[in-house]
Design a protein around this ligand. Structure first.
Ligand code: FAD
Length: 472
């Protein structure tokens, strides 16, 4: 007698290695039907993350094929799609890895209740994080609002060892029909930027693992210093893979922990960064408004500026402030931005331009291939001063002095700003191919003068801050 299948609903876990929901499903002995659903929540992704997701889906379909399986693609509301698949295949259960952003939580709760009501075996597993957000509690039983005590609480905790990928996935006798990935047009909104960013992506499980190995084989030793220098390849660049789940966080943690045990300098700093990621999810779970509203409501009365010509100059990498423009251009060329750059451009937008942080948050969500709902929200609210454990508003990064400190030889600037170099390199020039033609940018034009005097912008921000009592 042939066993009825289980459906594996893949979302941000495009891997076979270190995947608890897959191990649980394989243990059932039933045939498995892997599915990816282009539902309204996924359709709503920004241009760059959606394009990059399409690449990830394509790579994962190949990984599954090599393991004797397939990735079935369906479009529509998740519950309707899953119900249809259950009816078509006679599946007795649906498994997935948990997500924690507000929209996914609402969707998944509804899907789970409805499928359970039909008598199906429905299981949601950990997989995206090391520590489920509700399992880390303060002594008083609440959640952590500050990173350092959170780090102290989790640093010594056991993280289960990663589970190896199964060599083969049991296939059903009959495969249900699948959409064609090309028909989903996941790259449509990226337009011409896709061709430029394509040179920088590293897609799929093997690529992610190679990145981890390469980082731990050398750069980790200098990570504590080099992670602040945007011109150096000093960080792991794993954010692109972690966000689509092309590598399991437990795999990364255990590899880094081994480096730490071997006394590798930089390994502890790297472990701490992985915990920043966990912390951002802890915050998003407990205070979901972090994704769209001031975490501290005292900031609701702050006179943030709305969108306008200054924000547009910021978006275009044309503020005349070299560090800011370099980082913004890095994002259009590579799809990611160095952490130091993210801090500078976010501080500049929210302080020197006094523009609402949600404008920057939304723009990053459209442009970053490593967009992550929790890290992006925490990062923006941190920079703006409105978030938990945030940089105090009165501490304003000066992009000019930051440049001297973190790009003293000007390599980062020259790499991405064609107008500042006599013989611009291919990356600096490719910025002009990546951005919308409608922006009318031209490398032969003069680099713009600063749109805001740094001292004036700083004084204006501080005055607005003082006017509301300097709290928050
Ligand atoms: P590494 O330095 O190699 O760190 C390893 C991993 O640790 C990263 O891949 C990431 O998963 C995690 N990590 C490191 N720093 C942070 C941090 N500050 N917060 C949370 N996790 C961290 N990160 C994203 O992954 N997606 C985003 O959309 C995002 N938006 C941000 C927006 C702003 C305004 C700021 C200030 C930061 C943002 N970050 C975001 C955090 C950080 O900039 C990136 O995680 C980091 O630059 C990724 O490069 P890497 O993989 O080489 O990091």
């Amino acid at each position: 007698m042939t066993l009825s299948p289980l459906i594996l609903w893949f979302r941000r876990d495009l891997r076979l290695d270190d995947l608890p929901m897959l191990s649980a499903a394989v243990a059932s002995g039933q045939p498995l039907i892997p599915v990816f659903i282009l539902d309204p929540e996924t359709e709503a992704l920004g241009a760059a993350p959606k394009w990059r997701l399409g690449l990830g889906i394509d790579a994962f379909a190949q990984t599954l094929a090599a393991a004797g399986s397939r990735l079935i693609l369906r479009r529509g509301p998740a519950l309707a799609v899953l119900e249809a698949l259950v009816a078509e295949t006679g599946a007795t259960g649906v498994f997935w890895s948990r997500l924690y952003d507000p929209a996914s939580k609402v969707r998944d709760t509804e899907v789970k209740a409805a499928l359970k009501a039909r008598g199906l075996r429905v299981e949601s597993h950990a997989g995206h994080l090391m520590h489920e957000p509700w399992t880390v509690e303060t002594g008083q039983g609440g959640f952590y609002r500050v990173y350092t005590p959170y780090w102290r609480a989790v640093r010594g905790r056991d993280v289960a060892a990663p589970e190896a990928a199964p060599a083969r996935l049991p296939a059903p006798d009959h495969w249900p029909a699948s959409d064609r990935l090309e028909d989903w047009q996941t790259g449509a909104a990226m337009r011409r930027g896709a061709a430029v960013v394509a040179a920088h992506v590293r897609v799929g499980e093997q690529a992610a693992r190679a990145r981890l190995d390469a980082f731990l084989s050398g750069p980790v030793d200098r990570y504590a210093e080099a992670r602040d220098l945007p011109a150096e390849p000093g960080t792991s660049r794993l954010s692109e893979n972690l966000t689509y789940g092309e590598i399991g966080i437990r795999r990364v943690w255990h590899a880094a922990l081994m480096a730490f045990d071997q006394g590798r300098p930089g390994a502890e700093t790297f472990l701490k960064e992985l915990v920043w990621r966990e912390f951002s999810y802890h915050l998003m779970h407990h205070t979901p408004h972090i994704t769209h509203a001031n975490w501290k409501p005292e900031w609701d009365a702050f006179p943030w500026q709305g969108d306008g010509p200054q924000a547009e100059a910021w978006r275009r990498g044309m503020t005349g402030e070299a560090f800011v423009d370099t980082a913004m251009r890095e994002m259009y060329v590579t799809g990611t931005m160095h952490n130091r750059g993210r801090m500078i451009v976010a501080s500049y937008l929210t302080k020197h331009l006094m523009t609402h942080w949600t404008i920057g948050l939304d723009w990053f969500a459209d442009c970053l291939i490593d967009w992550d709902p929790a890290a992006n929200a925490m990062g923006w609210q941190w920079a703006a001063g409105s978030g938990p454990d945030a940089a105090p508003y009165f501490r304003i990064f000066n992009p000019a002095t930051q440049v001297e400190k973190f790009d003293p030889k000007g390599q980062y600037r020259r790499r991405f700003i064609a107008e500042l170099s006599r013989q611009p390199g291919p990356e600096a020039l490719s910025f002009f191919d990546a951005v919308p033609r409608a922006w009318g940018l031209d490398p032969a034009r003069r680099y713009p003068a600063p749109i805001v005097d740094l001292a004036e912008g700083r004084a204006r921000a501080l005055a607005a801050y003082a006017a509301r009592g300097g709290q928050g």
